[in-house]
Design a protein around this ligand. Structure first.
Ligand SMILES: [Cu+2]
Ligand SMILES: [Zn+2]
Length: 197
């Protein structure tokens, strides 16, 4: 009986000692945590993204494509300002889409299909069914310059992958989107590409 008591006391002492170690360890790690959090707070906290941009360039050696797609978030909407210069396509209309993958490799083919997080049918923007990447057709003037502006609350610049245009790609085609053919709009080859970031 006495031996048991001694054993119990020893166990308590060991337990106390290990608890002391644990609490010591805890205070050490919380010191470290507060150190790192104070370091984080000395750096600017993560701010919401309000601007993204894609610089669009040609995917084919025989077609010069210059362009920018600027996305600006404001009041719950994202506004796109698209500017294109494609001299070879002067006086023609080109289709522009947001494609799924942020990779302009393989002449734009690595972007895969239209960005379509809602699983919709391809179509004209604002119609009964359209991909979130279905920007549409842009008419180019005699110098091959064209612009398009649109604003929508269906896009964000956030971390919500179901609505954020970030980390996708803009593709410019050498044909016109018929807004009907599935799932591409039969818009032709991919002559321009830019990553949205
Ligand atoms: Cu496309
Ligand atoms: Zn589409």
């Amino acid at each position: 009986m006495k031996q048991l008591q001694i054993k119990h006391v020893l166990q308590c002492m060991l337990l106390t000692a290990s608890l002391a170690l644990v609490s010591c360890g805890t205070s050490t790690s919380s010191d470290t945590a507060s150190d790192s959090s104070s370091m984080e707070s000395s750096v600017a906290p993560a701010e919401p993204v309000t601007h993204a941009e894609a610089v669009i360039s040609g995917t084919k050696a025989d077609t010069t494509v210059d362009g920018t797609a600027s996305f600006d978030a404001d009041s719950g909407k994202v506004k796109l300002t698209l500017n294109l210069t494609i001299p070879k396509m002067a006086n023609k209309t080109v289709a522009v889409h947001i494609h799924e993958h942020p990779d302009c490799g393989d002449n734009g083919m690595a972007t895969h299909g239209h960005w379509n997080p809602t699983g919709a049918q391809h179509g004209e923007w604002g119609s009964a069914s359209f991909h979130l990447g279905d920007i549409g057709n842009v008419k180019l003037d005699a110098e091959g310059k064209g612009t398009l502006e649109m604003s929508t609350d269906l896009w964000t610049l956030g971390s919500d992958t179901a609505s954020s245009v970030l980390n996708h790609a803009i593709i410019v085609h050498n044909g016109v989107d018929d807004y009907t053919t599935q799932p591409t709009g039969n818009a032709g080859g991919r002559i321009g590409c830019g990553l949205i970031k």
